[in-house]
Design a binder for this molecule. Structure first.
Ligand code: C5P
Length: 401
């Protein structure tokens, strides 16, 4: 379940493009996330994918005919439009985009689009030359000017066999936009939250680095959760294999020193800093400009201490640290919280296989500076992120008041 999607009514408009198959995946991810998905298909879309396929995924009737006596639209043709929290047209063909721009209402989808007050996302999918056509570009501009969010299209392989711009964006990107729009008035709206993630890399020479096992998953989950709750979110991230979260300001860094500079910059206008990054405590004193040669049997590396970013961040800001410990979890975490001047510390035992590096779940203690302790069971990192942000929200409110 994804909290921002839970029980939200989403109308998924599917129009006649070969990319319809991707809309099945989107319908599935939305439904799994807890959304109630009403699929409205154009006649040509039903030639590519059957309504049965969508109905099987969403467990809701699929609307294809304006005059179908079984359809809710025939009872009250604006019913779907009224209960929708969001409308997503994916894939959107040149034809359906033109109808939207003109305000036509000759099928269930365009009727619903005209009747709704909810936000609308349109994800175009078409041949590259069609997309570039002035008529399509003008229509998209019209929609954008009316407040519609246009997502994509991507560049790449097209159904014609050619390369070009016209591919429907992938599901994760659409999910990101949907979550950001649904969450924009959430309980963190109006605040800026800076999150750090990943393991910093400290170069030894042009080929080698010193780094650690952090996957970045906890930090990315925090950034997505903050975005889903309406915060302006800045993610300062060391290299990871994770895709950039949508609607989050991503700042890429490599070393601890770069991370410090970017965290300082971002926190100048922020109300909270959540440091989930695994920052290297030491860096090689000198990074060799040339690749080091193996010309002796042993070598000694001289390391210099990195600055502590959390300690050095000052100002009226809620500071949250993470403590990965292998012994005396709570006591070590509490000492760290005091030493670094933190409001909150999230501690996990790295010897516990359930809380290991790279896993999708985590088992943590959340300790507050006033002595409160929350001992959370094993849960997905997304759920941990929300529990941390609940506390951050309360701390930010206390700081304000
Ligand atoms: O002292 P330790 O590295 O265990 O503290 C972990 C916490 O401090 C994490 O939140 C980490 O992001 C942060 N940290 C920091 N600057 C460092 C090292 C760690 O802000 N140089």
């Amino acid at each position: 379940m994804i909290p921002v999607l839970d029980k939200k009514h989403i109308v998924l408009g599917v129009t006649g493009s070969i990319a319809c198959y991707k809309a099945l995946d989107l319908a599935s991810k939305l439904t799994q996330g807890g959304a109630l998905v009403d699929v409205v298909m154009t006649q040509s879309a039903t030639r590519f994918v059957t309504p049965l396929a969508f109905g099987g995924i969403t467990h809701q009737p699929v609307v294809i005919d304006l005059f179908d006596p079984q359809s809710e639209l025939s009872v009250e043709h604006v019913a779907l439009a009224e209960r929708a929290d969001l409308l997503v047209v994916a894939p959107a063909t040149a034809n359906s985009i033109a109808k939207m721009a003109l305000g036509l209402a000759d099928d269930p989808l365009t009727t619903t689009l005209l009747a709704t007050m909810a936000p609308v996302i349109v994800a175009p999918a078409m041949d590259g030359h069609m997309y570039e056509n002035a008529a399509v570009q003008e229509n998209l501009k019209k929609l954008r000017d009316r407040g519609v969010t246009i997502v994509g299209p991507d560049e790449g392989y097209l159904a014609s066999g050619k390369m070009g711009k016209g591919r429907l964006v992938e599901t994760p990107e659409l999910m990101g936009h949907i979550r950001a729009i649904l969450g924009k008035d959430g309980d963190l709206a109006g605040s800026t939250i800076v999150v750090s993630a990943g393991g910093t890399q400290e170069p030894l020479d042009p080929a080698r680095i010193i780094t650690n096992q952090s996957s970045g998953k906890m930090g990315y989950a925090l950034a997505e959760a903050a975005r889903d709750r309406g915060a302006r979110t800045v993610l300062v991230t060391a290299p990871t294999s994770l895709p950039d979260p949508v609607a989050v300001e991503v700042v890429r860094v490599q070393t601890a020193l770069e991370m410090r500079d970017q965290v300082f910059k971002a926190t100048a206008n922020a109300q909270a800093l959540v440091m989930a990054a695994a920052v290297a405590d030491y860096r090689p004193r000198l990074a060799s400009p040339q690749k080091l040669k193996k010309d002796s049997d042993s070598m000694t590396l001289e390391l210099t201490r990195n600055p502590d970013i959390l300690t050095e961040t000052t100002g009226p800001i809620v500071k949250v640290g993470f403590a990965a410990e292998s012994q005396d979890l709570a006591q070590n975490a509490r000492e760290k919280m005091a030493r670094k001047g933190l409001d909150l510390i999230v501690a996990n035992d790295i010897t516990d296989p359930e809380s290991g590096f790279g896993s999708d779940s985590n088992k943590v203690l959340i300790l507050g500076k006033n002595g409160q302790v929350e001992d959370l069971p094993l849960m997905p990192k997304e759920a941990v992120a929300h529990r941390v942000l609940d506390r951050v929200r309360d701390l930010m409110a206390a700081e304000k008041g």
